[in-house]
Design a protein around this ligand. Structure first.
Ligand code: ATP
Ligand code: MG
Length: 545
C-alpha cells in the first residue's frame, strides 16, 4: 500500500528534528452522533498512518460534549468502523472524562478575569457580536466582578437557571476581525441526560473550549482537523495559553474530502435514515463505512482511495468512480471469477443429448492460479443473459448471439441460434440452438471464428440468486439547485432474479466474487444458502469485450 506523505508529515518531521516534540501523538475526535462516512476515513487514515509512519500513536477520543444527539449506539459503531479499517487506537477516551478538569479551568479563567457570566440570550449574543463588516459591542454583563462571576457560574452548575438564561463567555475582544474571538461562549446550560455522565452535569462546555483542553491534557502533539476549523485556531491557542496548560498541542487543518453523487454530512445521512429513504445506516448505497462494508468495499480499497485523493489545505471533491477503481484493483487477483446470469433467457441445445451433464475444469481466476479451479457444468438446457441475444444481428459491431449466428460459450462449445419460442405476450422465452462438438473449450479448434464469446449457466444445477444492483444515491448536477432529497436517484437500488453456477453449497456473508463480463459482487448480510443475495459492489470497467 502507498506510503502516506503530505504537508502535515513535513511539519511533524520538522518538529521531531527540532526537538519541539519527542514523539508524535495524534487523535481522531468523532462526535458520537451518527455513523462515520468515507469523509471521516480521510481523518482516520491521516491521523493513524501519519503517527504510525513516525513511530507515534493515535488516540480515539469521543467528542461527547453535546449530549443532545449523542448515543452509545454510535460510540460502538465508531469503534467498530475504526477496527474494520484496521487501526488500533492507543487509548479510547471520552471528552466527558475531562468535565471536572474543564470546569476547574473555567473557574481559573474567571479568577484571571478572562471569563464572565452573560445573561444575553442566543439571539442577543449574535446581534451584539456584529459581523464581518461591523465590530461587535460589549455585553452589558462583561464587567461583572470576579466574585459575582464565580457565584453565578456556581449557580449555573447547581441548576439554578433555565436553559439559555445564562452562559459563560471568554472575555477576549469584541472588535477582533476574527468573529470567533468576540467573547465566545465557553459553557451553556443543558438539562439533558448525558450517555456517560447521566445527570451529573447541567452545564456543558462548548467544543472550542473543551477540545484544546482535551488535546493538552492528553499530550496530543498535532491536532489535525478539517479546514472549517481554520479560523478557530486563534481561539484554540488562546484557551491553551490562558488555561496555562503545561503541554501545548498544535492544531493543523486539512481539506475535507467530498465525493460526487453522494451525501457526506452526518446531518443529511441521519435524515435519509430517519425518513426511511434508505434501509438504515448500513444500506449498501450509503457512503457510511458500514454501508460501504456491507456493499463489499474492502478496507484496502478505501485506504488506497483516500491516500490517492491526496491531502492538502484545500477541500477536494473526488469522482465516485475513483473509489470503484481501487475496489477493482484490490479484488482483481483476490476473487474467483464465476458466471452469473442476471436476466435469464433459456437456451435449448437441440442436438445435445437429453439428461446428460458434462463438466469442464477451469481456473477460478486466470491471473491467479492459487485460487484453484472448479468444474463448470454444460447440458442441453442453459441460461444466457437476455441482452446477449437479438433476433437479427444489428450491425458488424454486435458480438453476441443472433439467429443464424454462432458464438462461443465460455468454457464450453460454439453454439448457433436457429429458432425462438414466444409466449402468448410475444416475449421470447426460449432460443433453440445447435452446438458443434468439435469446438469444445480447450480443444484448440480454430477453423471458424465465432461472433464473440458469451457466458452462460447450466440450467439444472444453477443456483437461483437475487442480485442487488446500485446506482448513485443522488444525482449531482450543478444546474439542479433542488435539495438532495429531491435529487435522490429513483433507480439507486434495482433487483434482478437470476442464477449463478453451482460452485459450492455454502456462501459466507461478504464473500466476494467477480461475475465475468459484469462486475464484482459480495454476499449480502441477509443472504442464506437457500436464498442467495448478492450485492454488486462495482461493475467491471469495460463490460463487454
Ligand atoms: P459532518 O460535517 O459530516 O456532520 P463532522 O465534522 O461534524 O461531520 P465529527 O464527528 O466532528 O463530524 O468528525 C470527526 C473528525 O472527522 C473531525 O476532525 C472532522 O474534521 C473530520 N471529518 C469529518 N468529515 C470529513 C470529511 N468529509 N473529510 C475530512 N475529514 C472529515
Ligand atoms: Mg464536527
Amino acid at each position: 500500500m502507498e506510503e502516506i506523505s503530505n504537508f502535515i508529515k513535513t511539519i511533524m518531521i520538522n518538529d521531531l528534528e527540532s526537538g519541539k516534540c519527542k514523539s508524535i501523538l495524534t487523535r481522531f475526535p468523532p462526535e458520537p452522533n451518527a455513523y462515520l462516512h468515507i469523509g471521516h476515513a480521510r481523518a482516520i487514515i491521516t491521523n493513524f498512518e501519519l503517527a504510525e509512519s513516525l513511530n507515534g500513536k493515535t488516540n480515539l477520543r469521543f467528542d461527547d460534549t453535546n449530549p443532545a444527539k449523542e448515543d452509545v449506539e454510535f460510540v460502538e459503531a465508531i469503534k467498530n468502523d475504526i477496527e474494520w479499517l484496521g487501526y488500533h487506537p492507543a487509548k479510547i477516551l471520552f471528552g466527558s472524562d475531562y468535565f471536572d478538569q474543564t470546569y476547574d479551568l473555567a473557574i481559573k479563567l474567571i479568577k484571571k478575569g478572562l471569563a464572565y457570566v452573560c445573561d444575553l440570550n442566543q439571539e442577543e449574543i449574535s446581534k451584539y457580536r456584529g459581523d464581518f463588516n461591523n465590530p461587535g459591542i460589549d455585553s452589558p454583563y462583561r464587567n461583572r466582578s470576579i466574585e459575582e462571576n464565580l457565584e453565578l457560574f456556581k449557580n449555573m452548575r447547581e441548576g439554578k437557571y433555565q436553559e439559555g438564561e445564562k452562559v459563560l463567555r471568554a472575555k477576549i475582544d469584541m472588535t477582533s476581525p476574527n468573529i470567533n474571538m468576540r467573547d465566545p461562549v465557553l459553557y451553556r446550560i443543558l438539562y439533558i441526560n448525558h450517555h456517560r455522565t447521566g445527570n451529573k452535569w447541567c452545564i456543558y462546555p462548548m467544543y472550542d473550549f473543551a477540545h484544546p483542553i482535551q488535546d493538552a491534557i492528553e499530550g496530543i502533539t498535532h491536532s489535525l482537523c478539517s479546514l472549517e476549523y481554520d479560523n478557530h485556531r486563534p481561539l484554540y491557542d488562546w484557551v491553551v495559553e490562558k488555561c496555562e496548560m503545561p503541554h501545548i498541542p498544535q492544531q493543523i487543518e486539512f481539506g475535507r474530502l467530498n465525493i460526487t453523487d453522494t451525501i457526506m454530512s452526518k446531518r443529511y445521512l441521519r435524515e435519509l435514515v430517519n425518513t426511511n429513504k434508505v434501509t438504515g445506516y448500513d444500506d449498501p448505497r450509503m457512503p457510511t463505512l458500514v454501508g460501504l462494508a456491507r456493499r463489499g468495499y474492502t478496507p484496502d480499497s478505501i485506504k488506497n482511495f483516500v491516500k490517492a485523493s491526496g491531502l492538502s489545505r484545500i477541500n477536494s471533491t473526488i469522482e465516485g468512480n475513483m473509489l470503484e477503481h481501487f475496489l477493482r484493483e484490490d479484488l482483481k487477483l483476490k476473487s474467483s471469477r464465476l458466471m452469473a446470469v442476471l436476466d435469464p433467457l433459456k437456451v435449448v441445445i437441440t442436438n445435445y443429448e437429453d439428461d446428460k451433464i458434462e463438466y469442464v475444469e477451469a481456473l477460478n481466476n486466470s491471473e491467479n492460479e492459487d485460487l484453484g479451479s472448479r468444474k463448470i457444468a454444460f447440458s442441453k438446457n442453459i441460461y444466457i443473459e437476455r441482452s446477449d441475444f437479438e433476433l437479427e444481428k444489428p450491425n458488424k459491431h454486435y458480438k453476441r448471439l443472433a439467429l443464424g449466428v454462432e458464438v462461443r460459450l465460455f468454457h464450453a462449445y460454439f453454439i448457433k441460434a436457429n429458432d425462438v419460442v414466444y409466449d402468448k405476450d410475444g416475449q421470447i422465452i426460449e432460443v433453440h440452438c445447435t452446438y458443434d462438438p468439435l469446438t469444445k473449450s480447450g480443444s484448440g479448434f480454430n477453423e471458424r471464428k465465432p461472433n464473440g464469446t458469451i457466458h452462460f449457466v447450466e440450467a439444472t444445477t444453477a443456483i437461483p440468486t437475487t442480485f442487488n444492483l446500485f446506482e448513485t444515491l443522488v444525482i449531482d448536477n450543478p444546474e439542479d439547485k433542488r435539495s438532495f432529497i429531491e435529487r435522490l436517484n429513483p433507480n439507486s437500488w434495482m433487483v434482478k432474479k437470476g442464477y449463478i453456477e453451482k460452485v459450492k453449497d455454502h456462501f459466507d456473508v461478504l464473500e466476494k466474487f467477480q461475475f465475468i463480463r459484469d462486475g464484482y459482487y459480495a454476499v449480502d448480510k441477509n443472504s442464506k444458502d437457500d436464498d442467495l443475495i448478492f450485492n454488486r459492489i462495482v461493475s467491471l470497467k469495460s463490460s463487454v469485450k
